[in-house]
Structure formats: C-alpha cells, structure tokens
Design a protein around this ligand. Structure first.
Ligand code: 6R9
Length: 649
C-alpha cells in the first residue's frame, strides 16, 4: 500500500474496536460469498415479532426487478427503537437536546421517549390515521420530531419528513404526492438566532388549490408566537397529548411494509418519493451505525444533520435508537453564535462520536482555528463526514483541529436511496487517506463501469454502480415504480446506477468524484438543476434558463444560472436579486442561485438540447479547453457567453 498520506488506524482504537482489519476482511468476504448466511445472523440484531426464515430475494434485472429482505418476518420499528431498551433500565438517556440558545437544555430517557411516542401514536389514531397512511412532518430539530416519526412507525403509518427549509410550494407538492391527510408542524422553528415560520409555510401550502387532501394540522408550540389558526383543522400538540393514553401496543408490520417516504432530487422532473421498508432498513441502519462509528453502549453520539434528510433518519433516529444510543440533538447550527459552538458542545456533552458534513468543516476552517483554543475535545473518539466529497485540506483540518490527531475519520459515502452507508472506512479496520471513502461496507458490491456499461478492473475511473442488493436499499419511488426502474436500473443493465462518478486506486480504495448527472450538491444538499430551471422559467420575465454547479469554497458547489430574458426586458442588478428571491420562494433558501449570468442565447444542439458541459466549463472558468462545439446549432453562442461570464474569483 502506498504510504503517501496514509493515516494508520490508531493502535488503541484497533485494539478495542468492534471490527479490526482481519475481521473486516473475513466478514466482508462472507457477506459477498454467502449473503444469506451473513444476513441471517445480522438480522438477529433486531427483535422480530415473527422471525424470518427467508433472507434475500433480489434481482437487478430491469425486466424482473425485485428487492425483498427478511420478507416473511414481522416486526415493529418503534418497538425496536424503544421498548426493547426498557429492560436494561428506562433511565438511560435517549436524547440530549440543546436549543439554538444554549441555555435551553432538555434530556429524555428511553422511558420518557417511549411514553411520548405511545401517547402521540394514540393521538395520531384519534385523528383518524391508519396503518399505511402517509403523514407529513414539517418540524424543527426538537425531540418531538423523533417522537412523531416513531409514533408513525408504531402504528404502521408512513412518515414523510419535509426539511424545514423548504418553501410552501415544495411542501404542497410533497403533501399531494403522498395524499397526506395529516401534517405535523410547529408554530416556529429556531435556527441561528432566527425564527422560521413553519406553521405559516404550512398555511400557505394548504392554500394551494391542488392540495385538497389535508384534514388536520397538529401544531407543536415551540416559540409561542402568534399564528393563524383554522378552527377544526388546526389542533395543538399539547392539548391532544394531555388526553392521550400512554398505552399503545406496537402494530405488527411485515418486513417489506413501508416505513417512510423521503423526497430527493433527481436529474429530471419533480423530487422523487424514495420509499424505504421496515425490516431490511432497520437491520442495515442499526448495523452500519454500530460498526461504522464503532458505537459502544453509553457513548454520546452527535449527528449534526437535520432530521429532514436521510442522514437524520438513519443516523439520528433509527440506527442509534435501535442500538440504544444516547443521541445529542441540536436545534440550531453548530457555528452559531460563533464558530466556537461546535467545540463547546462537544465538551459540554462529552461527545464521543461526531458525524458532520464537509461544508461545516470548510466554514469553520475559513473562520480560523483560534475559535478552538479553549476546546478540550478529550471525549471525542471517532469523527464522520457525509454528504459530499471532503477535500483533503478540510479533512486534515478536521483531523487536527477537531480530532486532535487521534480520532479516525470515517468518510461515509451513501445516498437517500441506499438507506445507509455503503462505502466507508471502519475506525478500527481501515487506514484512511484524506478524500477517500475507502472500502465497501459489508454486503456491498461496488463496481466502476464505462459509459457503455463495461466493468472496469483495477485502478480506474468510471461510473459508480452496485452489482447486488443490500437490505437498506430503497424499494420504489412512491407511486411511480416505472420511474424507479428507469432511473436506477436501465442506464446499465443489471446494475444499480448511483449517479456518481468514482475512481479506484491501486489499493482498491474508492474516491467519489461527484455526480455525473444533472444533480448538484450544494452544502451537502442535493438539488436537481431541472428544479431550479423550472422555478426560474416560472418567472414572467424569464424566457429560458440553464443551471449548473460550479466549484464553491465553502458549499462545495454553488448554483450558477444562465438566464435568457423575454424580449424587450433589460437585465439589471435589481432583476437579478428579484430572481434569486423568486427561486428561494419557489423551492427554499438552499436553491437560491449564487450567480446569475444573463445569456442572450444558450448552447444547443440542432435538436434543441442544451449542452450543459459547455455551461459547466464556462461557470468553472475553464474556458481554454472547451471541447468540440461543432454539434451546436450556433457555435457563436459560446463566445458570447465566455465574453460576458461572471468573474467569480
Ligand atoms: C447521505 C446523503 C447523495 C449524494 C451522493 C454523492 C454525495 C454523499 C458522500 C458523497 C462523496 C461522500 N455524497 N456522501 N460524495 N463522499 N462521503 O448525502 O444522501 O442527500 O441523497 O446525497 O451525495 O454525490 O450521490 P443524499
């Protein structure tokens, strides 16, 4: 193995880890050669009502697609996350919560969480929610959000969490897609010193003429601010909870019954409702949480992701709670009111494991390490990264300044669709290289293929695919199974296509190079360029728009929009601001274009298809080697765009 920039597993970690390198190799081999035997054992880490006898029945053939795991077993996810831990003592802490204002502190034991979940499950039932119904959750980062999710799971309802940063329009389309009759929200959320009008956004979403399905809105009082109230539709969380019984036996669910829906962006069309089922997902989330973070009982684990993303689902709720972990949950952002907040929280709560995103590391790095002079950090043992490629410079800064050079970093590659981590180091097993997600997790068979789908061997670069199923895999796109098959299994026959590109080095380590489709990754948030484009063209002054990502120091990628205005409209700085605000209103703040370049024309093929590769290069200021422009209907467009490109340095 090349030793350049190799970070060896620290000896004390290897000696005490759940998995060392020998074990990794042996278990990985077993998981690939004998998946049934491997997963038969791993499935036992959770409690089944009726034990499974069938393990894996899967095929990636697009004509005969099937994904079934543990499929004759029955279980309940909330009982696995709560009830079974009560035997070791209901006083064990499940959630340590710190508000946006650090003076707001709460803890919930497993006993208390269980009590709340049972009550809220009864509340949902009292509002007519049945097994199989979709319930939308639009909530801030408070313990009640986990309560709401687990309460849905308890009665077999399917939760659909919508990130609190999304706009009323985005809420409306998700609510409608799932035909949700109940929405759970809060009066306001609080983040970085600002309040977020969650209930107001729900009100606006429900004014949408297309949204007819919603009957009840359950509102948690978080800030107590004045809100608009619709009698008969809106109900306070606390008044319902007062009346509810704390007795609620868990519903017996089939392993392949849906657990939740989570919308994510693809390269075309509206966000897709990714559907995860119960048994395989829970086994995979619990197992990966334990092994990837080397989680030991009693440790304090902090994941900074918002619960509105898959990371919040798998590694703040289901994985950790299935393992009986103590989870630190933070309402706000870890660099508010100052960059020192992250270190203060690690020290205050004696955090042992930290899981965060490269964009935060880069933001802290830009502020300077002096904010960490008071930081002790001695509790910290393992650090994780997720959401986007971590550049080696940020990796090293994270290792030195936050990890004091003794904490292994697990750079975990995965997706909403994969349900759990697929490529990652294990702290006690894998020597790391800054910027590499390293090796596949158990049961995962990655491969690289060229654009024709030929498998590339050895050290190589290509499209990242997966050759076989793993239990945490999504099962379908809600309401559109054909789109599921088309999106993931038709590009390369017989393989799951991730949409990412990757390089494999001479040691077999994977280096994710980023999306190869029209999805961009802004601060670890996935966004389809088509979504931003359709928001832009919905503005009355916009004739056409093309959106691409460009390299951004903090966000990883920024949003660069080329906009053609309608005839006789003069570009102006004011209009530029107006368009930025417009997109923000249409989708949410995370979609706000960073840069808008006025374009009198866009580079198109003769059949009218926009050639984005030129636009990407111009946005990245890589204009010396643009490649062949001969297929363009009007090659002169390119020169005009280069002349007027924005100086972004
Ligand atoms: C978990 C999550 C998925 C996309 C994925 C890839 C990028 C995630 C990464 C990473 C490089 C990592 N991505 N983790 N790229 N290294 N460690 O982020 O899910 O929001 O669905 O995004 O994020 O491009 O395809 P999701």
């Amino acid at each position: 193995m090349s030793t350049q920039s190799l970070y060896k597993v620290p000896g004390d970690i290897a000696a005490n880890a759940l998995i060392n390198n020998e074990q990794y190799k042996k278990m990985y081999q077993e998981s690939i050669v004998n998946p049934d035997g491997f997963w038969r054992e791993q499935g036992k880490r959770i409690d089944w009502i009726k034990p499974y006898t069938k393990i894996k029945q899967t095929s990636f053939d697009d004509k005969d697609l099937s994904i079934n795991w543990f499929y004759d077993g029955t279980l309940n996810a909330s009982a696995n996350c709560l009830d079974r831990h009560l035997a070791d003592g209901s006083d064990k802490i499940a959630i340590i919560w710190e508000g946006d204002d650090a003076r707001d502190q709460r803890t919930l034991t497993y006993g208390q969480l269980h009590d709340q979940v049972c009550r809220f499950a009864n509340v949902l039932r009292s509002q007519g929610v049945c097994r199989g119904d979709v319930v939308t959750i639009y909530m801030p980062m408070v313990p009640e959000t986990a309560v709401a999710m687990l309460a849905c799971a308890r009665i077999g309802a399917i939760h659909s969490v919508v990130f609190g940063g999304f706009s009323p329009d985005s809420i409306a389309s998700r609510v409608n897609d799932g035909q949700s009759r109940v929405i759970i929200t809060a009066d306001e959320g609080v983040r970085g010193g600002r309040s977020i009008p969650l209930k107001h956004n729900v009100d606006l979403a429900l004014e949408h003429p297309d949204v007819q399905c919603v009957e009840k809105v359950i509102v948690l009082k978080r800030t107590g601010s004045d809100i608009y109230w619709v009698e008969g539709r809106d109900i306070w969380w606390h008044s319902l909870m007062e009346l509810a019984s704390e007795h609620c036996p868990p519903e017996e669910m089939g392993a392949e019954d849906p657990l939740f829906l989570l919308y994510t962006s693809g390269s075309t069309g509206n966000p897709k409702g990714v559907l995860h089922t119960t048994g395989g997902y829970l086994v995979y989330a619990a197992m990966s949480h334990e092994y990837v973070f080397d989680y030991k009982p009693g440790e304090v684990y902090w994941c900074t992701a918002d619960v509105g993303w898959i990371t919040g689902h798998s590694y703040m709720v289901y994985g950790p709670f299935a393992n009986g972990a103590t989870v630190l949950m933070h309402e706000g952002v870890p660099n508010y009111p100052s960059p020192a907040r992250l270190g203060e929280m690690i020290d205050r709560h004696k955090v042992n494991i930290l899981y965060t995103a490269p964009t935060l590391v880069r933001a802290l790095m830009a502020e300077g390490k002096e904010h960490f002079e008071e930081y002790d950090g001695s509790s910290l043992r393992i650090m994780g990264s997720v959401g986007e490629p971590i550049n080696p410079e940020a990796w090293r800064w994270y290792h030195e300044v936050i990890g004091h050079e003794h904490c292994p970093i697990v750079d975990t590659w995965w997706q909403t669709e994969t349900g759990g981590i697929l490529i990652t180091p294990l702290p006690g097993a894998t020597d790391t290289k800054p910027g590499s997600a390293t090796r596949p997790f158990f049961g995962v068979k990655p491969a690289l293929v060229d654009n024709q789908g030929n498998i590339l061997e050895g050290a190589n670069e290509g499209n990242l695919v997966l050759l076989d199923s793993w239990p945490g895999q999504m099962r379908t796109i809600y309401g559109d199974h054909d789109r599921f098959v088309l999106t993931y299994f038709k590009t390369f026959r017989g393989m799951y296509f991730t949409g990412d590109g990757a390089r494999r080095d001479e040691d077999g380590y994977y280096w994710i190079t980023g999306r190869v489709d029209d999805v961009i990754n802004v601060s670890g948030h996935r966004l389809g360029t088509a979504e931003v484009e359709s928001a832009l063209v919905a503005h009355e002054k916009v004739a056409e728009a093309a959106v691409v990502g460009y390299p951004h120091d903090i966000k990883g990628q920024g949003i660069y929009a080329y906009v053609t205005l309608i005839h006789d409209t003069e570009p102006s700085e004011e209009l530029r601001q107006e368009l930025r605000q417009w997109v923000r209103k249409e989708i949410g703040a995370l979609a706000t274009p960073d840069l808008i370049q006025w374009a009198s024309g866009l580079p198109k093929t003769r059949s009218g298809k926009i050639m984005r590769r030129f636009l990407r290069k111009i946005a990245a200021n890589e204009v010396t080697n643009l490649g062949d422009a001969s297929t363009l209907a009007d090659p002169a467009v390119i020169d005009t765009l280069i002349e007027s490109r924005l100086n972004r340095s």
